[in-house]
Structure formats: C-alpha cells, structure tokens
Design a protein around this ligand. Structure first.
Ligand code: ADP
Length: 387
C-alpha cells in the first residue's frame, strides 16, 4: 500500500477543550467514520484525578486503547482544535504555530470562559502529538461580516480600544449547514440566499448569501440574539443599569443572571426543550409562554434576515431542537406563506435523522432540516489544511 493511501485513511483527532473538560472525537474526514468519541471532565478540579489537560490526554489515550485504537501503531493524520474566539485575526482555519497560539491567548479578554481552555488544550496536544495541528474558530465564518452588520453604535474610539464588535459564534455549524443545504437542494452554494437557524442549548441565526455570512444573531458574546436554554438573548441594554439600581446587582451578577438563569430556565423553570414540551403538554402556562417567546424571537430574526437578503431560497433548521422539534419548526414558519414559506405538515412530522426538505413542492422557499456535525466540519477543514 502506498503511503499516500495510508495517509488518506488515517484519522483526525478533533479536540474541544474547555477550562475543565476535554471533548474528543477520532474520525476519518473523507468517510465521516467515527472511530471513537468521549469526554474527560473535572480537569484540574479539587479532588479530581485528572490534574491538567496533559493528564486528560492520557485518560483519552487509554480510553482510545480500550476502544481498540492504538495511537502509537496507527498514527494520527492531524489534530483539529475547536477554538471559540478567533477575533479579527482569523477568518479561516489555520495551522497552529507559536504566533497563532499567541493570538488565541491575546483574545482571552474577549472569551474569558472559552479561550483559556483552548490554549491549555493546544499546548498539551502539541506536547503529546508530533503531528500538524489546526485551529478551527467558531467566529471565523463571521469574521468578514459586512461592517454595518458587525458594528455597534458606541463611541468608535472605545470600540477600537477594546475590539468591541459583533463577532458571531457557532460559525462552524452555520457554514457546514449552509453548504449541506445547497447539496440537499442540488444547487450551487454561490447562487443561494439562505437563513440558518441553529437551535440547541445555545441558539443563533444567520443570513448567508452565496456561502458568505452577511448577518448573525450572536454578537460580542454568545449572549445576544435568540432566546436560549439558560440565556436571555436580546434584552434592553438598559436592563443592566435597572437591575443594578433596583436589585443592587453587580455587573458580574447581571452577567450570570442573563447567561445562566434566564432563557427557558428563567421563564419556565426548565432549560431542556424536551422538558419544556412535556410541560406544555400538561398545560403549564409558563412553559407555553416560554415557547411563544422563543418563537416570537426567531420570527423576528427570520423577518430581519429576509429584509437583509431581499430574497430567500432556503431556510434550514439545525441542532438538537431544530432537528428534533417538529412543533417548534411548525410554529416558526406558521403564517409565513405570504413570504413564500409553505410547510408540508406530513414531511415536517416524519421522524428522520437525515437532511431533508419539509416544505411543499410548490413552496417558493425551501424549508429544510439539516443535521449539523461540527466535529466532521472541523476534521474536514483540518484535513484540507494539512493535505
Ligand atoms: P448544544 O448546544 O449543547 O450542542 P444540542 O444541539 O445537543 O445542544 O441541543 C440540545 C437541545 O436539544 C436540548 O434543549 C434538548 O432538549 C433538545 N432536544 C434534543 N432532542 C430533542 C427532541 N427529540 N425533541 C425536542 N428537543 C430535543
């Protein structure tokens, strides 16, 4: 067997390192075959046997060995790291060197909860694996947003000093899904105007013209935009000062309130969408209102993006809620027939895990369910860079 053939079949390791966790998936990008997947938790926490990300990689290696994968015998092709924040530095995946690592570190003030974990994960993986390593950024797909979409109307000197702008997140998913949607409808990505609704625990919407994002609902942080499991999404910015004045909350407390105790959890007492649907079925009025608030906000963004695009070919639903909740999908597009979105109720209700069209054959806009796969997207982008 030629070495090139061997190389092609060898797997890519995808790492998603948080401050105290390490998610991993070992897969072959060309075939999408997943050889192993797992999660190491409680890294560096008191009483944990996993002291740091280096130790987490050792745990991972032994889990892989138990799964029949010997990394010394069957070497990796490359490692792909999911990195949340690439700032304005990165609009594409990059091969990691010391300068790239420096930039990821430099962006910590913009992603204090996420980039530190990525840095320690990258450092540990470079020490452990002598193969090319690639960083794939959650912001990259939105790095070239048109300036009017990326700019907040705050004093420009302050914005420049602190790099305040709309960055957007979930970019790997929005890019993957918009490309997969083009395949599904059998038309070139470059010809399509699309809206993608990524609805999971975190939720975001994007407007994509010809494969390039022109707007997205998350901003400086992943708090802006749609109503999420525990995040409020858009609120009046005046709410911060109000809560400070009336409740005596500090800015950290307001931040925690809006990120961790709001959204579905704050409205209905449950952040999991399946629980919300069960509560609705039992006639729980808070759950019902929470569902309606979620739908109202999504429609707000669909309408906004229709206006930004001026025309729409495909609306796609993805992630846990978007892929599985026919009820939510039906509510989002209800009443939008006049805008060219005609749902086929039977197609929408038919359970399936495949990418599929759920609009009627005569619907001017195609409505689709397109499963996202961020690990596969990262593995493919990694393989493309090291090829
Ligand atoms: P994350 O943002 O953590 O990647 P996911 O994309 O996995 O999240 O989405 C998680 C959400 O999807 C949860 O709210 C979960 O309740 C919801 N979900 C998963 N399966 C279903 C289902 N069959 N019906 C409704 N909601 C579902």
């Amino acid at each position: 067997m030629s070495s090139a053939t061997r190389q092609d079949a060898s797997p890519v390791l995808v790492l998603n390192a948080g401050s105290s966790s390490l998610k991993f998936q070992l897969l072959v990008p060309e075939t999408a075959q997943v050889l192993a997947t797992g999660l190491v938790e409680n890294i560096g926490e008191q009483g944990s046997s996993v002291a740091d990300h280096g130790a987490a990689l050792a745990v991972m290696t032994s889990e892989l060995t138990s799964a029949g994968v010997d990394l010394d015998r069957d070497p990796l092709r490359a490692v792909g790291h999911r990195v949340v924040h690439g700032g304005s530095y990165f609009s594409d995946p990059v091969l990691i060197d010391d300068a790239v690592l420096g930039h990821v570190r430099d962006l910590i003030p913009l992603a204090p909860l996420h980039n530190p974990g990525a840095v320690t994960g990258i450092v540990a993986a470079r020490a452990r694996f002598a193969v090319p390593q690639v960083a794939v950024f959650d912001t990259a797909f939105f790095a070239d947003l048109p300036l009017p979409a990326a700019t907040y109307a705050v004093p420009r000197e302050l914005a420049a000093k602190h790099r305040i702008r709309r960055y957007g997140f979930h970019g790997t998913s929005h890019q993957f899904v918009s490309a997969a949607a083009a395949e599904l409808v059998g038309r070139p990505l470059a010809d399509l105007d699309q809206i993608v609704l990524h609805l999971g625990n975190g939720c975001s919407a994007s407007a994509v013209r010809g494969g390039r994002a022109i707007d997205t609902s998350m901003g400086l942080t992943p708090l802006e935009g749609l109503v999420m499991g525990t995040r409020s999404g858009d609120v009046d910015p005046g709410l911060h000062a109000f809560l400070h004045r009336e409740e005596g909350l500090t800015s950290e407390q307001v931040d925690a309130l809006l990120n961790q105790r709001s959204g579905l959890l704050g409205l209905a007492g449950a952040n999991d969408f399946r629980t919300l649907e069960r509560l609705m079925g039992e006639g729980d009025e808070h759950a019902t209102l929470a569902f309606e608030v979620v739908v109202h906000r999504i429609k707000h963004y669909v309408g906004a993006y229709l206006a930004q695009l001026g025309h729409l070919d495909v609306l796609s639903f993805t992630a846990g809620v978007g892929q599985h909740s026919a009820t939510l999908r039906a509510a989002v597009v209800a009443g939008l027939g006049g805008l060219g979105l005609r749902l086929d109720a039977e197609r929408n209700g038919a359970p399936s895990s495949a990418a599929r069209i759920i609009s009627t054959d005569d619907s001017p806009v195609t409505i689709a369910v397109v499963p996202t796969n961020e690990e596969l997207a990262i593995a493919r982008q990694t393989a493309a860079l090291v090829r």
